[in-house]
Design a protein around this ligand. Sequence first.
Ligand SMILES: [Zn+2]
Length: 234
Amino acid sequence: MFLRDGGPPKAAALDLGLAALVTLDDGEKVDHPRLLKKYGARLAGLQRNLHRKERGSRNREKARQEIARLYALISDVRGDALDRLTTRLVRENQVLVVEDLSVASLVRSPRGKGRRRKAGLNRAILDASWGELLRQLRYKCAWYGRTLVVVNRFFPSTRQCSACGVTGPKLDLAVRGWSCGECGAAHDRDVNAARNLRVEGMRLYELVASTLPPGRAMPSLIRASEVPDVVRTA
Ligand SMILES: [Zn+2]
């Protein structure tokens, strides 16, 4: 690798999930800001209230403003919690590896009657948290001269054993831990995924680093989908 200080860069990989908002490859788990628990019922109530009001009425407008205020509050609380997390991660690491956000489609609606509205809210709040997390990582990496590596979403990070590299069978979302049938390693589902992400992210990082002309700084964003182009034009 071609790094100014010669050593391997400090790096962290983030697995985004439901059980924990973020799981780092060193095993640390960062909880979701408890937004849904705190505000979900109130938001659902306000929305039901809105739909009961007559179209074009003053009361409907008031209900709409109340919802807007609650959304703004949720957004502030979320932003503060994520701000602390992303600042710490960017300060402590030279490279941060994340999965493409479209992986968030892994969030499935719970089955059963009457759960769709809640699932929808749940989903909206989670999506917004992940989106905000990546947005903050992206601009802070640029600001602090760090590199954010976005790994391709088809990378089998969950099913692959981070100890021996064998790809296991598909895991149900409810399965939080598993043992590798090949090497016997016991894995926490999310930590294993984060470790695999780190390996793949660092592979891409080094690929780009190796093609960089001398004196050129590493880009603040590396996308797996764009790496072949970067390599070809370098
Ligand atoms: Zn294994």
